[in-house]
Design a protein around this ligand. Structure first.
Ligand SMILES: Cc1cc2nc3c(=O)[nH]c(=O)nc-3n(C[C@H](O)[C@H](O)[C@H](O)COP(=O)(O)OP(=O)(O)OC[C@H]3O[C@@H](n4cnc5c(N)ncnc54)[C@H](O)[C@@H]3O)c2cc1C
Length: 418
């Protein structure tokens, strides 16, 4: 059967690979000239199995209130006259309930563990190279009050099957000596040695090349305008090329992997996908002093900022802004991330050469992606991966290919349409 994957981000390209391996004839459609050029372009680089707890957790509403009105706050909510934004925000608050947060955390952890296994297998089998590091993630705490909750978090991760170890005070320097400059400020850290990092764009483009070699066809510069349907069946997708020529592409089945933009295309089918764009920023900075630039990926738990070493650059990312589909780069947000770099890793990188970027995380309220069947018999979803799309890409694609092959994945996960 011919399956058409809609979207060539990290999720769409991984989906194409696993479907091709499962024996499907596969094509991929994307409006950009190459794979990975939207949200998968310059993310934080973390394969963060050790962060399955969604942003929607019992503490989130109080933290959001504390940050309200601060321009440099990691979270910024600009309420608009947009019913979808209000519905998503209410959904987010509902997912903060303790039992919902526990359920979402468990589902994300199960998928993340499967995903990192798949990523390692793919990397080995295909010889993929994407500036990967296998040194784990260090979660840094700068306040004693926040670090006081760290032992409970380690217990919870252990219960979920994720290795993690506590490092009180400045003991984490044994894991990452480049933190010497902030030793006095550290309250403690958690190290998750099984985590990894790497460049999602390089991975996506390298895998897209392998897909092409395996016979997957890519239609780039092709904007999807509408999913044409009759009753419960997709008949084709109406597209427009870069010269404004329109046409229709068709296949036996379709998989929607369109990031934040899938919701609008699915709405005329009667589907209300709870996906909303949550904007984030990153900087990519050349390393100046390799001794002071960390190799271990970092998460600053207080500032909600992550940092990954990508070869001779550092990628530093953070902030969450609910502000519609605007993808412009706000210099104040970039300055806040540069300020973090200068405070936390003084001298490590050339801050004056920082390249700023902004992307839209395709977020569901509970950060659990939408994987499975739609209400149309020949449309499937693999989308809504929010803060963890790079971490979850390979596992999500593998389980979707199993579902489409008629197999039930061995995973405790709330698949869509079941
Ligand atoms: C600042 C930031 C930091 C992040 N850090 C991390 C991290 O450290 N670890 C992690 O796991 N995740 C991280 N993420 C999240 C991760 O980057 C995303 O979840 C992931 O990239 C989503 O991939 P996707 O393929 O679903 O979407 P995208 O990469 O956006 O792909 C969707 C594709 O659909 C195409 N498309 C959309 N609409 C149309 C249309 N109408 N017609 C044709 N094509 C269309 C686009 O061109 C695009 O290529 C971060 C995100 C941000 C913003």
């Amino acid at each position: 059967m011919h399956v058409m994957v809609l979207g060539a981000g990290v999720t769409g390209v991984s989906t194409a690979w696993y479907l091709r391996q499962a024996g499907f004839d596969v094509s991929v459609v994307d409006r950009q000239p190459a794979a990975g050029l939207e949200t998968s372009y310059a993310n934080g680089g973390q394969i963060s199995v050790s962060h399955p707890e969604p942003w929607a957790n019992p503490a989130a509403p109080f933290i959001a209130l504390r940050w309200l009105g601060r321009n440099d706050a990691p979270l910024r909510l600009r309420l608009r006259r947009d019913p979808a934004q209000w519905a998503w925000t209410l959904g987010f608050l509902r997912e903060c309930l303790p039992w919902r947060c526990r359920r979402n955390t468990a589902a994300i952890a199960a998928l993340a563990l499967r995903s990192i296994d798949e990523l390692r297998r793919l990397r080995e089998e295909l010889g993929l190279s994407y500036l990967q590091q296998q040194r784990g993630i260090l979660h840094l705490f700068f306040s004693a009050a926040e670090f006081a909750a760290a032992p409970r978090r380690v217990d919870e991760l252990t219960r979920l099957g994720i290795a993690a170890r506590l490092y009180p005070g400045a003991e984490a320097l044994a894991v990452e000596p480049a933190l010497a400059g902030i030793a006095g400020r550290l309250a403690g850290a958690i190290h998750a040695p099984g985590d990894e990092s790497g460049d999602a764009l390089r991975f996506t483009q390298a895998l897209a090349q392998k897909c092409q070699q395996a016979g997957v066809r890519f239609y780039h510069n092709t904007h999807i305008r509408r999913l044409a349907h009759t009753g419960g069946l997709i008949d084709g997708i109406e597209v427009e090329d870069e010269r404004g020529h329109s046409g229709t592409l068709d296949a036996g089945a379709y998989v929607l992997c369109l990031g934040s933009h899938g919701r609008a295309l699915a709405a005329p089918l009667g589907e209300r996908l709870p996906i909303h764009p949550v904007k984030g920023y990153s900087i990519t900075v050349p390393v100046r002093d390799p001794q002071h630039a960390p190799q271990v990926s970092l998460t600053d738990e207080s500032a909600r900022i992550v940092c990954s070493r990508l070869g001779d650059h550092l990628r530093i990312a953070g902030t969450a802004e609910l502000n519609g589909y605007d993808c412009s780069v706000d210099p104040d947000r970039i300055a806040a991330i540069v300020g973090w770099l200068e405070r936390t890793l003084p001298g490590a990188a050339d801050a004056a050469l920082a390249q700023g970027w902004a992307g839209l995380r395709p977020a569901t309220p509970g950060n659990v992606p939408i994987i499975g069947k739609s209400r149309c018999v020949n449309l499937w979803y693999n989308t809504g991966h929010g803060t963890l799309g790079w971490t979850l890409a390979c596992g999500s694609a593998a389980v979707l290919a199993e579902l489409m092959s008629g197999r039930r994945p061995a995973l405790a996960f709330p698949f869509h349409g079941r």
